[in-house]
Design a protein around this ligand. Structure first.
Ligand SMILES: [Mg+2]
Length: 428
C-alpha cells in the first residue's frame, strides 16, 4: 500500500464572533486548522492531520507543507513507518528551509500537521487508535521512531528505554484498565477573557452541575478586573474546587511577581504562561520570588530543546505539551520522557481546534508507558468539537478512552465545504 498524494486545506471557523478563545493577547481568534489529508492507493485508508492556528497565517502553514510532500509521496506505508525518524529529520532540518525555522514558527507548526497525519495513517493501517499502536510497539522500535537530537545531556536513548520498560512492566500487571480509563480533565470553557460576568456565571454554574472539579480562567487584562473575576468564579465553585489562571504571556517578570502576590488569596493551583514563553530564566526568577506557587507553561514552547531547558532548570512545575506546536509524536514522546525523568507532571494544552482530540491519546501514552508521576490531569476546552466526526467524549469531568483507529481529527465533509477559507460557502 502506497501514498499517492498529500493535500492541504486552509480551514477557518469564525469564532471571533463569540469571543471564543479570547485571552490577554489573542483578542479576535478565528479558530483554524491547517488540514492535511494523505491519500493512498486504498480508498478506505486516508491519513488526516492538522495543526491549530487562530486565523491569518494558516495559509503559510499550508504553503510550508508543499515542501514536505516529496518525502512521502509514492512511498510504501510500511517504509514510511520504518523511516519515520529519518523523514522527521529531513523535514525539520531541511538544508534550505531550516533558515526560516529551524524547528520553530510556521515551518514547525506545518511539520506538526504533516507528522500528525502520518501517525494517523500508520495507526489506521494497523486498525488501532494511535495510543494503542504506540503502547503495543516494541520499546526499541518505538525509540527508533523518535528524535533525540540535542537531548543526550539530559536524556539518553538508554534511559528512555528504561523508563518505558519499567512502566510497561506495571502495565502488564493491570491491562484491564487500558480501555476503561476516564482520564481526569479541567475545563477552560468558563472564563475566556472576552466573556461578561453574566456569561461566566452561567457557564461556571452549568459546568459545576456537569461534574467539573477543576476550572481555569483567563487573566491579564487589568489586575483589578482579574481580582474581580477570580472572586466571581471562586464564589460559584466554592473553596474545595481547583482554580487555575492563565495570563497568556502578557506580564513582565516583575509584573508577574507583583500580580501573583495579589492573586494568591484565591488559592490558585497554577499560574499559566505568566510571561514570555521563551524566558527560561525569567520563569525561574518568578519561582524564586514565590516558592509556594506553581507555574505551568508549554503551549508555546516551540521545540524539545526549549523543553529540555525548562525541565532541567525546574523553571516549570507543570509541563503543558501542545500536540500541534511541537512536531508530533516524534518530538512529544521525548519531552514526556524528560518530564518523567525529572518527575514533572504533564498536563497537555487543549484549547484549540482538534487539540482535545489529540491530547486524549497523549494522556494515555504518558500514563501507561512514560510518566512516573501520579497526577493525572488534562485540559478540555470543547473548541469547535461540533465539526469533528468523532470528537473527544467527556464523562464526569474526564476523557473517555478513544477506540476508533487513528489519531481522531477527521473533520466532517460538510464543515470542510463550508469553512474552507479559499473556496468555502461561509467565506465567499
Ligand atoms: Mg494557555
Amino acid at each position: 500500500m502506497r501514498v499517492l498524494k498529500v493535500n492541504t486545506q486552509d480551514i477557518r471557523f469564525p469564532t471571533s464572533k463569540e469571543n471564543l478563545g479570547t485571552d490577554a493577547v489573542h483578542v479576535d481568534c478565528d479558530y483554524s486548522a491547517t488540514y492535511v489529508t494523505i491519500e493512498t492507493d486504498d480508498q478506505n485508508l486516508t491519513g488526516i492531520g492538522l495543526t491549530f492556528t487562530i486565523g491569518k497565517g494558516n495559509d503559510l502553514c499550508c504553503k510550508s507543507i508543499e515542501y514536505f510532500k516529496e518525502f512521502i509521496e509514492g512511498k510504501k506505508i510500511t517504509d514510511i513507518e520504518k523511516d519515520i525518524s529519518l523523514i522527521w529529520e529531513k523535514v525539520t532540518n531541511h538544508s534550505q528551509l531550516r533558515w526560516v525555522g529551524p524547528q520553530k514558527g510556521v515551518t514547525h507548526l506545518a511539520a506538526a500537521a504533516f507528522f500528525n497525519a502520518i501517525w494517523d495513517l500508520i495507526s489506521k493501517y494497523y486498525k488501532k487508535p494511535l495510543w494503542q499502536y504506540i503502547i503495543d510497539l516494541d520499546t526499541k522500535d518505538l525509540i527508533d521512531k523518535l528524535s533525540f537530537t540535542y537531548l543526550d545531556d539530559v536524556l539518553t536513548k538508554k534511559e528512555a528505554e528504561e523508563i518505558i520498560n519499567e512502566n510497561k512492566k506495571k502495565l502488564l500487571e493491570n491491562t484491564s484498565s487500558l480501555s476503561t480509563t476516564i482520564f481526569p480533565a479541567y475545563t477552560t470553557a468558563v472564563g475566556w477573557l472576552g466573556y461578561s460576568d453574566e456569561k461566566m456565571t452561567k457557564l461556571a454554574e452549568e459546568n459545576l452541575k456537569k461534574g467539573w472539579t477543576h476550572f481555569k480562567m483567563k487573566v491579564g487584562q487589568d489586575i483589578k478586573r482579574d481580582i474581580h473575576r477570580c472572586q466571581l468564579i471562586r464564589s460559584i465553585i466554592g473553596k474545595d474546587k481547583k482554580l487555575m489562571v492563565d495570563s497568556n504571556q502578557i506580564w513582565s517578570v516583575n509584573e508577574t511577581i507583583e500580580y501573583i502576590s495579589q492573586l494568591k488569596q484565591f488559592d490558585i493551583m497554577f499560574y499559566e504562561e505568566p510571561t514570555n514563553p521563551d524566558d527560561i530564566i525569567g520563569f525561574k526568577k518568578i519561582k524564586n520570588a514565590h516558592p509556594d506557587v506553581k507555574l505551568a507553561t508549554g503551549e508555546m514552547i516551540q521545540n524539545k530543546v526549549m523543553f529540555k531547558q525548562f525541565i532541567e532548570n525546574k523553571s516549570l512545575d507543570y509541563c503543558q505539551i501542545d500536540s500541534c506546536r511541537v512536531a508530533s509524536i516524534n518530538e512529544i514522546i521525548p519531552v514526556l520522557l524528560m518530564a518523567s525523568k525529572h518527575n514533572i507532571p504533564v498536563i497537555p494544552h487543549a484549547g484549540g481546534v482538534g487539540l482535545c482530540e489529540y491530547v486524549q491519546h497523549l494522556n494515555l501514552i504518558n500514563k501507561f508507558i512514560i510518566t512516573n508521576n501520579d497526577l493525572s490531569l488534562s485540559e478540555y476546552a470543547e473548541s469547535c468539537s461540533e465539526h469533528f466526526e468523532n470528537p473527544a467524549i467527556i464523562e464526569k469531568g474526564g476523557y473517555v478512552t478513544p477506540t476508533e483507529p487513528g489519531y481522531s481529527v477527521r473533520i466532517k465533509e460538510s464543515s470542510l465545504k463550508e469553512f474552507d477559507f479559499n473556496n468555502g460557502s461561509y467565506w465567499n
